[in-house]
Design a binder for this molecule. Structure first.
Ligand SMILES: NC(=O)c1ccc[n+]([C@@H]2O[C@H](COP(=O)([O-])OP(=O)(O)OC[C@H]3O[C@@H](n4cnc5c(N)ncnc54)[C@H](OP(=O)(O)O)[C@@H]3O)[C@@H](O)[C@H]2O)c1
Length: 241
């Protein structure tokens, strides 16, 4: 099997300031890659740089804007691997969720990733990889996840098309199940723990994921030269139950 070394490679992680993206930045640093992270909040960027170390470049970026994404990649210049973990979803029963909220979620998680890839292309080369993020709700939605089911399926489909259109650049997507990240920080901690343990009991693996569990999948996809157009479900078996 052919494995690329990531030592000295330049990796850009859009969404690298929190949760899965932050853990992914750490995982690439462990591989001795040079990491650049980007997200909207200057505060989150500063905190992430504290955690990751001074060598990590940080840029403010709202990835929903084509113009801002173009400026961002112009500042970054040539690089090797793109990872996108940024994205905000919307939960709610189909009959209750406002259409504007569903559109906002598409603008973020689908169109944000689309626009980011488009802006990055001139700065990548034939040996590069792009890894996006979807989620298991694309194949196994619980009640109240129809919008996220649609977004995640759209991202998975986009990746299959991009793997053909952008070849030889490899394009893949990580599709996580429930991961303990700050995305759930808004919930009262007791409710959150109850939700996590309820889900853990149902899963074949008996636990929910940490961000580090998911991060190594992005590293694998950047390294493995024979993987493209793949959706890697890393969901503790959620799609089976
Ligand atoms: N956690 C889960 O259970 C789970 C399950 C399945 C799929 N996922 C997917 O995994 C991805 C990461 O989720 P997470 O749990 O790690 O979330 P998180 O901890 O909230 O991190 C999201 C990151 O995206 C950035 N971001 C959000 N909107 C952005 C924008 N418009 N422009 C640039 N950056 C933006 C955030 O930073 P700023 O706020 O500074 O912009 C933050 O760094 C998402 O696509 C999510 O849907 C998560």
């Amino acid at each position: 099997m052919s494995q690329l070394s990531l030592k000295g490679k330049r990796v850009v992680i859009v969404g690298g300031t929190s949760g899965i993206g932050l853990a992914t930045a750490k995982a690439f640093i462990d591989e001795e890659a040079h990491v650049t992270i980007a997200s909207r909040s200057a505060g989150k960027l500063a905190e992430a740089q504290q955690v990751l170390g001074a060598d990590v470049q940080g840029h403010e970026l709202d990835f929903r804007s084509q113009e801002k994404a173009a400026d961002f990649f112009k500042q970054v210049g040539k690089f090797d691997h793109l990872v996108v973990t940024a994205g905000e979803g919307a939960m709610g029963h189909f009959s209750d969720l406002a259409v504007d909220d569903a559109r906002r979620a598409f603008d973020s998680k689908f169109w944000g990733q689309y626009v980011t890839v488009l802006a990055a292309i001139p700065y990548l080369d034939h040996a590069s990889s792009i890894t996006l993020t979807s989620g298991v709700y694309g194949v196994r939605p619980p009640k109240g996840a129809s919008t996220l089911a649609a977004i995640n399926s759209a991202v998975d489909g986009l990746v299959r098309g991009l793997a053909v259109d952008l070849a030889p650049i490899r394009v893949n997507v990580v599709s996580p199940g429930i991961v303990d990240t700050p995305v759930y920080a808004g919930m009262p901690s007791e409710d959150r723990q109850q939700m996590f343990s309820g889900i853990a009991q149902q899963l074949p693996v008996g636990k929910i994921a940490t961000p580090a569990d998911i991060a190594e999948t992005y590293v694998y996809l950047a390294k493995n030269e024979f993987t493209t157009g793949s959706v890697v479900l890393i969901d503790g078996g959620a799609h089976l139950v």
